[in-house]
Ligand binder design. Structure first.
Ligand code: GLU
Length: 289
């Protein structure tokens, strides 16, 4: 296989059963690799241990196989690779690009309200309101004392310093063309959450590099996240894949499918006697899509 072979992946989180939106996304990723004679990978994004369940991971394998998809083994299960993420965080800490943040969501809201203007949001509503910077001004020794005393804390990126270090960055969106990265839209983004040792942004970016993914396919809802992922690639010296964001499929009322819509899960269609071809059609999938 040539070194530049296309490698794509589908990367669901086992926080619920897969629905028609996931089916579309998985078929999209697989077709992208297949058309190019490349490889299709599966990754289970289970860093949020509070919301992920082993039975949902099992259901991912079962549902995708039923749908007729096959992927290359081994599947990368994020919770098995926490040291990769903490290693990347250590690199960023040594580069003085991170700081601990002890704020609760409530405290952040109060601080923003006190500033008297409407909160700025990260693109795609991904990360809540932009952080007002409260903990950035905490004396480092005082912060260390709080950490030593066991205070829960997140790790945030010093966005202005990070972007100044990398300079302007671009990425290629197959479909929408060359994009100028705008990571500053995220402000001082959380790279390690209080409740897990990493974050979606950090782990997904590192994993795509470690798995050699050459084309990241995912829904339009994650388009904005790519701005931040491009910055992380530059800071951590990672490869930059191409991106292809696909439309989000919706129900008859134009609403996106959600994990809570039990009736739209692949499992419930299967139990109701639908065939994989029926479900592909319900997801609006045509192989030339
Ligand atoms: N795990 C993410 C999700 O289920 C997708 C990650 C990605 O494709 O970048 O929404």
């Amino acid at each position: 296989m040539p070194e530049h072979a296309t490698i794509t992946r589908f990367a669901p989180s086992p926080t619920g059963l897969l629905h028609l939106g996931h089916a579309y996304s998985a078929l999209f990723a697989e077709a992208e690799a297949r058309r190019a004679g490349g490889r299709f990978l599966l990754r289970v994004e289970d860093i949020d241990q509070g919301r992920c369940r082993p039975e949902f991971s099992e259901a991912i394998y079962e549902d995708l196989a039923w749908l007729g998809l096959s992927w290359e083994e081994p599947v990368r299960v994020q919770s098995d690779h926490m040291s990769d993420y903490t290693g990347a965080l250590d690199t960023l800490t040594k580069s003085e690009l991170l700081y601990p943040c002890f704020c609760t969501r409530k405290e952040i809201q109060t601080e923003i309200a006190a500033a008297g203007h409407a909160p700025h949001m990260a693109p795609g509503g991904l990360d809540g309101p932009l952080y007002p910077g409260t903990c950035r001004h905490v004396d480092p020794q005082a912060a260390q004392d709080r950490i030593n005393a066991g205070a829960p804390h997140a790790l945030r990126l010093k966005m202005d310093i990070a972007t100044a270090r990398t300079g302007p960055l671009i990425w290629q969106d197959i479909g929408q063309g060359e994009q100028t990265a705008q990571p500053a839209l995220f402000g001082d983004a959380v790279l390690a959450r209080k409740d897990s040792l990493t974050s979606y942004h950090l782990s997904v970016t590192l994993d795509d590099h470690l798995q050699g993914v050459t084309v990241v396919t995912r829904g339009d809802d994650l388009f904005g996240a790519t701005h931040l992922h491009r910055l992380l690639q530059a800071l951590l010296d990672l490869d930059t894949p191409d991106y292809r964001h696909h439309k989000l499929i919706t129900d008859a009322d134009g609403k996106r499918f959600a994990k809570r819509d039990k009736a739209q899960t692949l499992q419930s269609f299967r139990e109701a006697g639908k065939s994989p071809a029926d479900v592909r059609a319900l997801a609006g999938w045509r192989d030339e899509t």
